[in-house]
Design a protein around this ligand. Structure first.
Ligand code: PHB
Length: 395
């Protein structure tokens, strides 16, 4: 009995050794790397649901293009629906960080939720990449070595739109936005450039997020008769606003301007009501560069729909992560080297190549676009290489 047991043991040991030898002969098969855990915290419900889906699609496309791996480590996704609810942000972010132990947190759309994520990321020293939310503070006074953004600050497109509207010789503007960080900061950026260019914001109207009862505001705008209107809305709310503005008969009499979120990912649903609207953003559907053309073709093939700015930002979040992970050959414990590689990366984006500012926010061109059919067509550049001033960031 004892002999045969010994024989079995010897055979097993030999078999194990043979397997190891065989594995060692396959390039890349030795040192099986653990999976790289990515926590996607995005809205899957509510007014920003389509925005969340586009970001997720873009991120996953970039991963798929790398064979599902960065530096040999297979990407494993953990997801949570953040419902664009800031009150639930700490709990949702902690599910990914503490329970799922993700290597990197990616999200989100809503500025208030992103502020909660940034706090969790700081408290736990977790790597965070923001693929949309523009909260100025995150790459301002709250900037941190472990926090990156591949989208914009709320100030950036607001400021660039304000410059464009002033150059179009409009003198008085009424603004309307959801009353939370994104709306307020977008309007503040707009006002800064518009008034520096000689214009005057005569009234700032707001409604709570995510309300879409626009009628009383449209009545007030009609009575105030400004030269133009500037708004911040996005997702489902943007679809309804553009339709309501046209239905109220205002589109013909008072030109409507916005940061480009108003008409991104929304044009199929907005239809005729959106035609001709001019916006400013760091992306445009028909941007004529080879990178954008191949990206749009691949996205279309994978998801049977057109990408938008949100898909681009998700795609670039994955590209930025890949740049870091590849530089440290998948060893996430080399945090300083990872951060350095991400800070100095030049992202080959469908929006055009961009680098990050010292505060970890894209320095990027702001395009003037006009809606034609289901495309935001580029008609000019409002500001080239616009960096957020990053007031209060000490990095
Ligand atoms: C934000 O809350 O920061 C936000 C949301 C939707 C957008 C842009 C910014 O389209």
């Amino acid at each position: 009995m004892r002999d045969s047991q010994a024989t079995v043991r010897t055979l097993l040991t030999r078999a194990a050794a043979a397997t190891l030898l065989a594995l060692a002969a396959i390039p890349g098969a030795h040192a099986q790397q653990p999976k790289l855990k990515v926590g996607l915290m995005l809205p899957a419900t509510g007014t920003f649901a389509t925005v969340g889906t586009a970001i997720s699609n873009g991120f996953r496309l970039a991963v798929a293009e790398q064979g599902g791996k960065f530096a040999g480590r297979e990407i494993e996704f953990f997801t949570v629906d953040d419902e664009s609810d800031p009150a639930k942000a700490p709990e949702n972010a902690n599910k990914l960080v503490k329970r799922d132990q993700v290597d990197v947190l990616v999200g989100t759309v809503h500025s208030g939720v992103a502020m909660g994520m940034a706090k969790v990321a700081r408290d736990n020293n977790t790597l965070l990449i923001i693929p949309n939310a523009g909260a100025d503070e995150i790459t301002g006074p709250l900037c941190a070595p472990n926090i990156f953004r591949t989208s914009f600050t709320n100030w950036q497109p607001g400021y660039a739109t304000g410059k464009m509207v002033a150059e179009r010789k409009h003198r008085t503007v009424v603004t309307l936005a959801w009353k939370y960080a994104a709306g307020e900061q977008s309007v503040a950026g707009f006002k800064e450039a518009f008034e520096a260019g000689g214009g005057k914001v005569i009234k700032e109207l707001t409604l709570p997020f995510p309300n879409v009862e626009f009628q009383p505001f449209l009545t007030e705008i009609a009575a105030l008769k400004p030269d133009a209107v500037y708004v911040f809305f996005s997702g489902g709310g943007a679809v309804k606003f553009v339709k309501d503005y046209a239905a109220a008969g205002l589109k013909a009499s008072i030109p409507l301007y916005a940061a480009g979120f108003l008409t991104d990912g929304t044009l199929e649903a907005q239809g005729d009501a959106a035609q001709g609207i001019m916006t400013v953003l760091h992306y445009a559907d028909a941007l004529d560069n080879p990178r954008n053309r191949t990206f749009r073709a691949a996205y279309n093939k994978a998801y049977k729909m057109d990408p938008d700015v949100f898909a681009v930002q998700g795609y670039d979040a994955a590209q930025l992560l890949d740049a870091g992970v590849t530089a440290v050959r998948g060893d996430m414990s080399r945090r300083a080297d990872l951060v350095k590689a991400m800070e100095t990366a030049r992202i080959d984006s469908p929006r055009g190549p961009f680098v990050l500012s010292k505060a970890h926010n894209p320095v990027q061109d702001m395009y003037v676009r006009r809606v034609e059919g289901t495309d935001n067509k580029v008609i000019g550049i409002a500001i080239k290489g616009l960096a957020d001033p990053a007031r209060g960031c000490r990095l």
